[in-house]
Design a protein around this ligand. Structure first.
Ligand code: FE2
Ligand code: FE2
Length: 166
């Protein structure tokens, strides 16, 4: 039984987003089967996917003028920070922490897709903005991690401010 079973509930009506989410689900399912010697490599693959996955959504948020951009982007930044932190622990021999993170990803994804990503897909569909695949060249320039607003003030349930935002 795969860690995440793809279902129509994950289809949010934005083709490049749905394609990326399918890739994420496939990757998590593959990495879940990795043995101890492959965990570090699995996390590297997950981080590589997630950088592009999040940068693509961050670009759509900026370009479409999505109102709770800060909130959603902060959540992306926080998750990537956790992944990189855990990767460091795995490199130092703490494989259990790596396994734990991989085990937590399905529940995180189901919640994130159903809330923040669903809101973005809905907003994009109502504005007529054309969301194309790819992170774009400008993806890195606005990734400060901390903007002028706060997660608490932007009305996104479940958002967590990165620790670095104080
Ligand atoms: Fe997503
Ligand atoms: Fe997202």
């Amino acid at each position: 039984m795969p860690a995440i079973v793809w279902s129509s509930e994950f289809e949010l009506g934005l083709d490049p987003m749905d394609d990326t989410h399918r890739e994420f689900v496939d990757l998590v399912n593959r990495v879940t089967e990795f043995n101890d010697g492959q965990i570090g490599d699995g996390l590297d693959q997950l981080i590589e996917h997630t950088i592009e996955h999040f940068a693509q959504e961050d670009r759509w948020m900026r370009e479409s003028g999505f109102p709770p951009t800060h909130c959603h982007q902060s959540e992306h930044d926080r998750v990537l920070e956790v992944m990189r932190d855990v990767r460091g622990h795995v490199a130092r021999g703490d494989l259990a922490l790596g396994r734990n993170l991989i085990k937590e990803l399905p529940a995180w994804f189901e919640n994130h897709a159903a809330t923040m990503d669903a809101a973005l897909a809905w907003y994009v569909s109502t504005t007529g903005y054309r969301a194309t695949a790819g992170s774009g060249t400008a993806a890195a320039d606005a990734k400060t991690g901390c903007g002028s607003g706060t997660a608490a003030s932007c009305g996104c349930a479940g958002a967590v401010e990165p620790a670095s935002c104080g």
